[in-house]
Design a protein around this ligand. Structure first.
Ligand code: GLN
Length: 504
């Protein structure tokens, strides 16, 4: 019974709770027990270490409350009572928010992020806050100040990042759902490496209010789940206009509603044109990743789609442009961590020395590197050559996408060039780490939606992902195409293999 609660989808659990076959309290307790059994504190090499904070009491109270309201016959939302793991970058009143950094140690935010509020309103039950690369900078979760998270498919490997804790929690059956954020790939890449569905919504579809900022013009929150339907359900809960986020899409102003992610989810791909991005495959991608991708293309054809070559001509400039734009925005956003307003303070005789000592002690090496790159790129004399030039490249890439979508309904690529790599493999080589994002940053720079869906196994029997990119506000189409592939391949979300997390 318990293991069955752990492997079920969010939609399946919600239906069983609605039919009163199982209570929210039982569902929450089963997942809290699973966390207890598998998560540890990161000191053992069998610890998944997906969570930085578990809010067991709050979660149990919320579950009891849902059960009580259910008894009175109240119509609860489609995910009521379903547990979720929240990336430690969303504020949630009463629990610490660390962003994986020492600099925010001890800070308990006095307010909820919009996303946290929406989860609460939908009676989704937050189990805790998940581990991440510090300030969401990284692709392996090894940049966390609190120790790495391990991949539930192979505990000697990384789960991807920066939302590695959120991905690992769902893959390890500690929660059926989680939320991450994606600035250049931080939902899609860990989803691919952990055998999950992960979605980066259209920029502006989900409010950034209460998300600790990394690169504000790129940051987007989105779901992880073990099925496409679950991911679409969760994204439906969190999307929507929010006047507290100045870049939130206002349907009145754009004259168009946010997409209905569920209406056509099962409509299949027959009659759709799927463009394969020439620039996002080939050299640099593992053979196993490419083989799985090509098998999926044949499946799309067999399902009635037309598969054609498509081009994002400036895609190869995506990484260099991203690694100027994102650090530039970060250098500005992270100026607020000054030892006065939040978290850590290292005392020193003068304010300036206190400020420098706090930032030196509070930020890890990758964050310091980004602040230096960004500060340099924005400095007078270099601004045009670096930041402005990168912004121009960004515009060209956005135009490339717009042009491509005149010919095709969606674009596809492998999500990540490799399967999950061993812990420590890329920690000494920042450029090798950045190359993880080669296929994901173009959609981020263009602001378009992209979903990663499991796509069969690559090397060592490890999961791979296929990325479906859609036009602005075409999130529904991305999910629909992902769903068609998932239905054809069959669900395969429970980690297996010699070094996988203990079975439920
Ligand atoms: N890996 C990329 C980076 O390090 C993307 C991170 C993200 O999307 N938050 O910047």
């Amino acid at each position: 019974m318990t293991s069955d609660l752990l492997t079920d989808t969010a939609a399946g659990l919600a239906a069983r709770m609605a039919a009163r076959e199982v209570s929210a309290r039982e569902v929450v307790d089963a997942h809290l027990d699973r966390i207890e059994a598998t998560d540890g504190d990161g000191t053992s090499d069998t610890d998944v270490h997906a969570f930085l904070t578990v809010v067991a009491d709050t979660a149990r109270r919320h579950a009891d409350d849902v059960d009580q309201r259910r008894v009175t016959g109240r119509d609860l939302g489609p995910l009521a009572g379903v547990p979720l793991a929240l990336k430690d970058l969303f504020t949630m009143r009463g629990a610490p928010t660390t962003v994986g950094s020492r600099i925010l140690e001890g800070w308990v935010p006095p307010y909820d992020a919009t996303v946290t509020e929406k989860l609460r309103a939908a009676d989704v039950i937050v189990l805790g806050k998940t581990n991440m690369d510090e300030f969401a900078m990284g692709s392996s979760t090894e940049n966390s100040a609190y120790g790495p998270t391990r991949n539930p498919w192979d505990l000697g490997r990384v789960p991807g990042g920066s939302s590695g804790g959120s991905a690992a929690a769902v893959a390890a059956l500690q929660a059926p759902l989680s939320l991450g954020t994606d600035t250049g790939g931080s939902i899609r890449q860990p989803a691919a490496l952990c055998g999950l569905v992960g979605s980066k919504p259209t920029y502006g579809a989900v409010s950034r209010y209460g998300m600790v900022a990394f690169a504000s013009s790129l940051d987007q929150a989105g779901p992880f789940a073990r099925s496409v339907t679950d991911a679409a359900l969760l994204q439906s809960v969190i999307q929507g206009h929010d006047p507290r986020d100045s870049t939130s899409i206002d349907p009145v102003r754009v004259g168009r509603d946010l997409p209905d992610l569920l209406a056509d989810l099962d409509a299949g791909v027959e009659g759709l044109t799927i463009g394969v991005v020439t620039e996002l495959q080939g050299e640099g991608y593992e053979p196993g990743v490419l083989a799985a991708f090509e098998d999926s293309l044949r499946r799309f054809e067999a399902l009635g789609a037309t598969v054609v070559e498509a081009s994002i001509p400036h895609a190869s400039y995506g990484l260099p442009a991203y690694y100027l734009v994102a650090p530039s925005e970060a250098s500005s956003n992270l100026a607020r961590f000054d030892g006065v307003r939040y978290g850590l303070r290292v005392d020193a005789p003068t304010a300036e020395e206190m400020n420098a000592a706090t930032r030196g002690a509070g930020f890890g090496p990758e964050v310091r590197r980004r602040i230096m790159i960004g500060t340099h790129a924005l400095s007078s004399g270099y601004y045009d050559a670096f930041y402005n030039q990168a912004s121009r490249v960004r515009r060209l890439i956005a135009n490339d996408f717009a042009t491509a979508f005149e010919q095709v309904d969606v674009l596809v690529s492998p999500t990540s060039p490799s399967v999950a790599f061993p812990l420590g493999d890329k920690t000494d080589d920042p450029l090798a780490m950045y190359l993880n994002d080669v296929a994901t940053v173009p959609a981020s720079l263009a602001g378009v939606p992209a979903v990663s869906v499991p796509n069969g196994r690559g090397a060592e029997g490890l999961p791979t992902g296929l990325q479906v990119m859609g036009p602005l506000l075409g999130d529904d189409r991305c999910f629909r195409v992902a769903r068609a592939l998932e239905a054809d391949l069959g669900l395969d979300p429970v980690p297996s293999g010699a070094n996988a997390v203990a079975p439920a």
